[in-house]
Design a protein around this ligand. Structure first.
Ligand code: AGP
Length: 609
C-alpha cells in the first residue's frame, strides 16, 4: 500500500526512482509520481495508472539531477487523480513530500494553514508540505523544519522530503509505516521496502518508529524526533535478487505456489530435534516458560494470516491443550480485550506491516500480555513491536494473494504446538512420529503440484461461474475460508467458505445446478459427517468438487470431480488440501483474464486501518 523511493548519489536519480517504483508495484497502487531536484528547482510528473505510464510521461526528467523522490499511491483521502498523486508540494513548489500512512489530524491542520497556504489536492499528505514550509520560513533549516512539522502530526507515516534550496539532502521519517534506508557506494536510498533498491545494495539501515534519517553525500545520520542521535548498525540483507524475480514462471503467484515444498523445508530448518521428538525456537528462549504457563493464547491477524490462526487454534488446542482464541485484529483492538500478564498473544502477519495487526499487538503489550509475532519480513514493524518474533523464512512474497506465507505460517504454528505439547502432554515417541510425518510433507506437496493439469481442467469447466461455495470441517474448515478468499480476491467471483455442517443453517438455499461446491474431505474423524453434507448438495443438484485422500473412492459417485492428495495425519491435512485450492483460484483467474499478481483494489500490505 503506497510505495516510497528516494535516491541521492552520483548518478542521475530518475532511472533509480522509476526502477524502484517498478519493484514496489506489487504493494498495490493507482497513481504514481516523481520529483527530481534540478538546479535549485523541482522537476515533477504525476500520472494515474501504472508506473509505465509515469515512466513515459516523465522521460524528460532522466538527466535532470542526482537527488529525487518518487511514490506509488493507493487512494485513501481523495480519488486516484493527478492532483492527489504524490509528491505534494508547498505553495512555492520548492518542497516536495511523499508519504505512506494516514495523518489523522489533517483537517485541523489544513484549517490552521488555510489562510496562508494554497491547497491543490484532497489528500492528508499535502498538509505536511505546507507545515514544513511554515517552519522553514521561520527557521531556515530543512531538518529542523521537518522536525517541527512532525511534532504537529498525529497518525502514521513514512515520509521523504526534499527541498530545492538544499539540493543534496533527503529527509526521511518513520512513525508506524515501513521505511528502510539503503547504503550503497556513494549513493543512498530510502524506500518502503528493500525490493526498491536490492539491485544496488544489500546494506540496509532499518529505521524504527520515532526516527528521522538525514541523507546527504556525507552519509546517513539518524536521530529521534527530539534530535537525539541514534546509533543504528548497517545490516547486510540475506535476500538475493533472484528471489524477487519470477524465475521463468508467468506470474509471481504461480512461482510462489510451486515454491511451497521449499517453503516448508525452510520453515522447519534448524527447529527440529528428531532425537527428542520436539521443536525449538531460539527467539523464544526467555519467553517459553511464560507461554507454557499461560492460561490462554489469543491469536490476532487479518485475512489469510487470520485463517492460519484458525488452523493454529486446532493445532495448539489438540497438541498443547492450551485454550486458544482467534480474533480479527481489527475487532480485537477496539473492544478493550480482557488481557493481563497471564496471557499470551500471537500476532501473525506476512508483511509485518498490517496496521490493524500492529495496533492489536501494541494493545496487548500495553495490557501486560506476552506478545509473539509470526512474521515473514525481517526488520518489519511487527518484528520491532513484539517481545519475540518467529520468522516464517518463506522469502519475499510478491503475489498479492498470499500462498507460500500461509503454508509457512501453518508450519511455524505446528512447531510451536509441538514444542509446547512435548512439555505438557505429548511423549517423545509421539513427537518423533509427528516430525517424521512433517518431514514427508514437501514431497507430498510436490506430488500434488505435479497434477496441476487436472486442476486446470476443473478450472476450465467452472471459470464462468458467478458463485462458489467452499465447505470443510475441523482442521479443514479454515481452508474452506482460505480457498474462498483466494478465489474472490484474484478472480472477482463471489465465493463463501463455511464449516460444512453450517450449510443447512442457511447457505444450502443457494444450491442449485449452477453452484459449484468445493468439499475438503480427507478421511479424518469428521469424514462420515462431511459425506452426508456432500449428499445434501448432490440432492439439490449442486456441482461437487471433492478434495480427498489418495485411495479413497467413497466420494467418487457423489462428486463431479475428485482431486486426490497424499495421505497424512489429520493435523497436517490443511497443508495439503490448500494446494489444489490455490491452483484452482489461479487458473480460474487467468481464464477470466484477471491480473493475478495485482488484483484490483488490493494492496499487498494494508498499512491503513
Ligand atoms: C491474502 O491473500 C490477502 N491478500 C490478505 O488477506 C492478507 O493476508 C492480509 O491483508 C494480511 O496481511 P499480512 O499477513 O501481511 O498481515
Amino acid at each position: 500500500m503506497c510505495g516510497i523511493v528516494g535516491y541521492l548519489g552520483k548518478n542521475n536519480a530518475f532511472p533509480y526512482l522509476i526502477d524502484g517504483l517498478r519493484h514496489l508495484e506489487y504493494r498495490g497502487y493507482d497513481s504514481a509520481g516523481v520529483t527530481v531536484v534540478a538546479k535549485r528547482s523541482l522537476c515533477s510528473r504525476k500520472t494515474v495508472g501504472k508506473v509505465e505510464v509515469l515512466a513515459e510521461a516523465a522521460e524528460d526528467l532522466r538527466d535532470c539531477g542526482t537527488v529525487g523522490i518518487a511514490h506509488t499511491r493507493w487512494a485513501t483521502h481523495g480519488e486516484p487523480s493527478v492532483p492527489n498523486a504524490h509528491p505534494h508540494f508547498d505553495c512555492t513548489e520548492s518542497i516536495a513530500v511523499v508519504h505512506n500512512g494516514i495523518i489523522e489530524n489533517y483537517s485541523q491542520l489544513k484549517k490552521r494553514l488555510a489562510d496562508k497556504h494554497r491547497f491543490l489536492s484532497e489528500t492528508d499528505t499535502e498538509v505536511i508540505a505546507h507545515l514544513v514550509e511554515e517552519y522553514l520560513i521561520a527557521d531556515g533549516s530543512l531538518e529542523s523544519a521537518v522536525q517541527q512539522a512532525l511534532a504537529d502530526l498525529q497518525g502514521t507515516y513514512a515520509l521523504a522530503v526534499i527541498f530545492a534550496y538544499e539540493p543534496e539532502t533527503i529527509i526521511a521519517a518513520r512513525q508506524g509505516s515501513p521505511l528502510v534506508i539503503g547504503i550503497g557506494e556513494e549513493e543512498y536510498f530510502v524506500a518502503s521496502d528493500v525490493a526498491a533498491f536490492l539491485k544496488h545494495t544489500h546494506n540496509v539501515l532499518h529505521l524504527s518508529d520515532g526516527e528521522i534519517c538525514v541523507l546527504t553525500p556525507d552519509g546517513a545520520r539518524v536521530t529521534d524526533f527530539d534530535n537525539r542521535p541514534v546509533l543504528r548498525d548497517i545490516m547486510p540483507l540475506a535476500i538475493e535478487q533472484e528471489e524477487l524475480g519470477k524465475n521463468g514462471f508467468p506470474h509471481f503467484m504461480l512461482k510462489e505456489i510451486f515454491e511451497q515444498p521449499k517453503t516448508i523445508e525452510k520453515a522447519l530448518c534448524e527447529r527440529l530435534d528428531e532425537g527428542e521428538g520436539t521443536a525449538s525456537f531460539s527467539a523464544l528462549h526467555d519467553l517459553f516458560p511464560r507461554i507454557l504457563e499461560s492460561r490462554r493464547i489469543t491469536i490476532v491477524a487479518c485475512g489469510t494470516s487470520w485463517h492460519a490462526g484458525l488452523v493454529g487454534e486446532y493445532m495448539l488446542e489438540q497438541y498443547a491443550h492450551i485454550p486458544v482464541d482467534v480474533e480479527y485484529a481489527s475487532e480485537f483492538r477496539y473492544r478493550d480485550p480482557l488481557l493481563g500478564p497471564g496471557d499470551v498473544v500471537i500476532g501473525i502477519s506476512q508483511s509485518g506491516e498490517t496496521a490493524d495487526t500492529l495496533a492489536a499487538i501494541r494493545e496487548a503489550r500495553c495490557k501486560g500480555a506476552a506478545v509473539i509475532g509470526i512474521c515473514n519480513v525481517p526488520g518489519s514493524s511487527m518484528a520491532q513491536a513484539c517481545d519475540a518474533t518467529l520468522a516464517m523464512n518463506a522469502g519475499p512474497e510478491i503475489g498479492v494473494a498470499s500462498t507460500k506465507a500461509y503454508i509457512a505460517q501453518l508450519v511455524v504454528l505446528l512447531l510451536l504446538a509441538l514444542a509446547l505439547a512435548r512439555k505438557r502432554t505429548m511423549n517423545r515417541e509421539e513427537g518423533q512420529w509427528l516430525i517424521r510425518e512433517l518431514s514427508l510433507l514437501p514431497g507430498k506437496v510436490e506430488h500434488i503440484l505435479a497434477d496441476d493439469a487436472a486442476v486446470l481442467k476443473i478450472a476450465e469447466e467452472f471459470h464462468a461461474s458467478q458463485h462458489f461455495l467452499y465447505l470443510g470441517r475441523g482442521f479443514n474448515f479454515p481452508n474452506a475460508l482460505e480457498g474462498a478468499l483466494k478465489l474472490k480476491e484474484i478472480s472477482y467471483i463471489h465465493a463463501e467458505g463455511y464449516p460444512a455442517a453450517e450449510m443447512k443453517h442457511g447457505p444450502i438455499a443457494l444450491i442449485d445446478a449452477n453452484m459449484p461446491v468445493v468439499f475438503l474431505a480427507p478421511r479424518d474423524h469428521t469424514y462420515e459427517k462431511i459425506l452426508s453434507n456432500i449428499q445434501e448438495v448432490k440432492a439439490r443438484k449442486g456441482k461437487i468438487i471433492t478434495v480427498t485422500d489418495e485411495g479413497n473412492h467413497g466420494v467418487d459417485e457423489l462428486s463431479d470431480h475428485v482431486i486426490r492428495i497424499p495421505q497424512t495425519i489429520e493435523p497436517l491435512t490443511p497443508l495439503l488440501t490448500i494446494i489444489p485450492l490455490q491452483l484452482l483460484a489461479y487458473h480460474i483467474a487467468l481464464l477470466r483474464g484477471c491480473n493475478v499478481d495485482q488484483p484490483r483494489n488490493l494492496a499487498k500490505s494494508v498499512t491503513v486501518e
